[in-house]
Every structure is written in structure tokens, then in C-alpha cells.
Design a protein around this ligand. Structure first.
Ligand code: LLP
Length: 424
């Protein structure tokens, strides 16, 4: 059976002689050596995306802060930091990881509606570039804690511009009804209020309207509304330095997807931000790491229920929860090409009907012991994984040309129950 090279829609993943490769490494080889499930990431894909961003924004003073929530593997963070990017964090844990990976504090911005006193203290001690503040009460608390340390905390206010990002409702954040930010029509008062605190240093304005955005015009609307507020603030003598547009650029999940590029984003937001004269911050997460990663699983059983077929694999919603909670589509392919096809639900071993990676999918026919690859899984895959059903979290592997290295060891049963065993 002769199978020709047939590259996939995702760069750096493709078939050579009927076998799926990531860069120059056979995925079957990695899976056989490291075991499954595994997340694998292409280093070149990450670097390419970062370069696309740098190139697109090179003519405007822009700080690109990678959103750690998309994937916070330390080795990946280190690669990203080495490219000169900053970090967008949302918790003390992400601050800890950002610092461990080497991000300088003056490149770290911190959003989130529920920062605890401990987390605020941690960030003040580290002297981060900006707290992206989401409520008036948060302003008060940051001021009090900064006073305790005899410091001034840099803040930006997260404005909610009431723009529909036209994406999944669970990941739309810029609508008035959502819990995020301060309504744009209360923005002026919020800044006036912030200006009264001795231990706050107002440095910017922030907005993030949602994730997996494919209709780029929504950025223009959000940027224009935010810029309007910047002009009003200027009139009142409140001068800012940074205009943070958040993240959200969409990626390809289906072969037919056509998504905007970092250049498209730059072309739409820079002209608006330029009018304010402020430095730009952007916070991409998914678009840096999403297409660079795949989840590899092994077929445990095949099961037929009349005309319904199931491929049962050793990975499920605890490794990749996106299909279960957002009904998200991830393209799934067989690691070994086969001219025979099959249509099946590709499901995990977890005791929930919602535990599936893909439904009614046509894939190259697989047998027990074969591997499958779930594509575009680099973002919100490993970072949202859990130990549900007491399942150890997957190992993670970085591919770099012909080399591969384990960047996260597979958990074992002891890891999972460690903190319970300690008190038995
Ligand atoms: N900045 C802020 C303030 C954010 O809340 C987010 C994402 C980002 C930046 C990065 O957005 P990105 O460039 O990755 O779209 N778990 C969901 C996605 C949740 C996104 C939350 N916020 C999913 O799996 O689709």
C-alpha cells in the first residue's frame, strides 16, 4: 500500500511515508518510547508564531505579553521568555511560574476579577508592570497593601467595552453582562476614584473581549471605544502610558478554517492606538501555542454497537476538556495512514457520556494499539487538565528538529494522592 506525503493543515505536522511526523520526529516513535497520553509541541511552530507577532508589531512600541493560562509548561515559558515576550498572568501560581521561567517583573501584567490579598502582596513585592484592575474594591485593596509595603502599585483599569466578540459564550468576556472589567460608561469615574489613592500609580487602560476571535472587526470596535475613554481622561489630566488590548486571536481547528493573522490584528488596532500616542500591550495565548501542540493517545478498544462505532482511547476529558465543555472541535487523525477509512466516536475511558474527543469522525482505520493525534491542542489542553477519575496527568514532549525531549514527566499514582497520604 503506497501512501504519499500528505501534509496537514497545521504547520510542522504531516505524513511522511504513511507515518505522522511532528517536525522531523515520528510521532509513533515518541509515543512508543514515552507512552501515552502525551502532549507534544513543535518548537518551530511556537517560534514561527512569535516571529509573526514581532514582525507584525515591529513598527509600533508594543509589548507582547504571552497569556500563561493557555499553557504554562515551564520549558515552553522559557522559550517564549527568551524571545523577549512578557507575561500576562491571572493568579499567584502563574506569577510563580512566570518568575521561575525568568520573565522580568517589568514585563508582567496581572488581570483577574478575584485576586486575593496574598496574590496582590506577591505581585507588589515582585514589582510587576501592571495590575489590570477589575473593580473599585480591588483598587482600594491594592492601595492598602501597597501602603503596607511602602510602595506604589502600577495599575491599569480593565474596561469592559460592551462588544460582542462573536465567539463561544463561555469565552466572551467583553459584554456588559459578564463579570469582567468595569463598564466603559463608568470608566471615567473609576479613574477619578483611582487617582485619589496615594499608593496607586495609574499607568494604563486594559480591555480583553474574548477568545478564539475570528471576526477581526470586533477589535476595531473595542479599540475605538477604549480610545474614546483615553481622550476623555487626557482632558481631565489623567495621562496614561499603556493601551492593553488583551488577547483572543483565533486559530485553526478545522482544515477549512481561515483565521486572521497577527498582521491582520496589527493592521486593525495600531491605527486606533496610535491616535492615543500610548504604548501598546497585547496578550496572545492560544494563537502562540495552540496550533503548535497535539495530544497523542493510544487505541485501547474498538467497539461496535450496530451501526455506531467507538474508538476508545487512553485519553479523555481529564486531558482535554474543550470538546466536553465547549463542544469544541479538534481535528483528529490517525498516526499511521490507512487507505481504509472508518467513522466513529472517539471517546475516552472516563465514566461520563460527555467524555469524548470527537464525535462521528471519519479517520483512517485504526486497530487496537494504534495511535491517534488530536490537533490544535497546545492551548487550553494541558493547562485545563485534571486528575478526574484519579488519572495521572499526561507527559509533555518538546520536538525540536530531529530531537525530542520530555518537558513534563507523566504523573504517577503517588503524585495524585501525595497530599492526602501525608495526613493519613
Ligand atoms: N488576556 C486575558 C485577560 C484573558 O482573559 C485571556 C483569556 C487572554 C488574554 C488570552 O486569550 P487568548 O489569546 O488565549 O484567546 N478555556 C477557553 C479559553 C479561555 C480564555 C480566557 N481568557 C478555551 O479553551 O477555549
Amino acid at each position: 500500500m503506497e501512501i504519499s506525503r500528505n501534509n496537514l493543515f497545521i504547520e510542522y505536522f504531516g505524513y511522511i511515508d504513511g507515518k505522522l511526523y511532528c517536525e522531523d520526529v515520528s510521532i509513533q516513535n515518541v509515543a512508543s518510547k514515552v507512552g501515552t497520553p502525551i502532549y507534544i509541541y513543535s518548537k518551530k511552530a511556537i517560534l514561527d508564531k512569535i516571529n509573526q507577532y514581532k514582525e507584525a508589531f515591529k513598527d509600533y512600541d508594543t509589548l507582547i505579553c504571552y497569556a500563561l493560562k493557555a499553557n504554562s509548561n515551564l520549558s515552553l515559558l522559557k522559550i517564549i521568555e527568551e524571545q523577549g515576550l512578557g507575561a500576562d498572568i491571572v493568579s499567584g501560581g502563574e506569577l510563580y511560574k512566570a518568575k521561575k521561567a525568568g520573565f522580568p517583573s517589568n514585563r508582567i501584567v496581572y488581570a483577574g476579577v478575584g485576586k486575593t490579598d496574598y496574590e496582590i502582596e506577591f505581585a507588589i513585592r515582585e514589582g510587576i508592570l501592571s495590575f489590570n484592575v477589575e473593580s473599585l474594591m480591588e483598587l482600594e485593596v491594592i492601595d492598602q497593601i501597597a501602603k503596607k509595603y511602602d510602595k506604589k502599585a502600577n495599575i491599569s483599569i480593565r474596561i469592559n467595552p460592551d462588544v460582542d466578540p462573536k465567539t463561544h459564550p463561555y469565552i466572551s468576556t467583553g459584554l456588559k453582562k459578564s463579570k469582567f472589567g468595569i463598564d466603559i460608561d463608568q470608566g471615567l469615574d473609576a479613574y477619578r476614584y483611582a487617582a485619589k489613592f496615594d499608593n496607586l500609580n495609574i499607568i494604563g487602560i486594559h480591555c480583553h473581549i474574548g477568545s478564539q476571535i475570528t471576526d477581526i472587526s470586533v477589535y476595531k470596535e473595542a479599540a475605538e471605544k477604549t480610545a474614546d475613554l483615553v481622550f476623555k481622561l487626557k482632558k481631565e489630566g489623567i495621562e496614561l502610558q499603556y493601551f492593553d488590548m488583551g488577547g483572543g486571536l483565533g486559530i485553526r481547528y478545522r482544515p477549512e478554517d481561515n483565521v486572521p493573522t497577527p498582521k491582520d490584528l496589527a493592521d486593525i488596532i495600531i491605527p486606533v492606538v496610535k491616535q492615543t500616542g500610548l504604548k501598546l500591550i497585547i496578550e496572545p495565548g492560544r494563537s502562540i501555542i495552540g496550533e503548535a501542540g497535539a495530544l497523542i493517545a493510544k487505541v485501547i478498544f474498538l467497539k461496535d454497537k450496530g451501526d455506531k462505532h467507538f474508538v476508545i482511547v487512553d485519553s479523555g476529558m481529564n486531558d482535554l476538556i474543550r470538546p466536553s465543555i465547549y463542544n469544541a472541535y479538534h481535528h483528529i487523525v490517525s498516526v499511521k495512514q490507512n487507505s481504509e477509512k472508518m467513522v466513529a466516536d472517539i471517546v475516552g475511558p472516563i465514566c461520563e457520556t460527555g467524555d469524548f474527543l470527537g464525535l462521528e469522525r471519519e479517520i483512517d482505520k485504526v486497530e487496537r494499539g494504534d495511535f491517534i493525534a488530536v490537533l490544535s491542542a497546545g492551548a487550553y489542553g494541558a493547562s485545563m487538565s485534571s486528575n478526574y477519575n484519579v488519572r495521572p496527568k499526561a507527559a509533555e514532549v518538546l520536538i525540536d528538529g530531529e530531537k525530542f525531549s520530555i518537558i513534563k514527566e507523566r504523573e504517577d499514582y503517588r503524585h495524585i494522592s501525595l497530599f492526602e497520604e501525608e495526613i493519613l
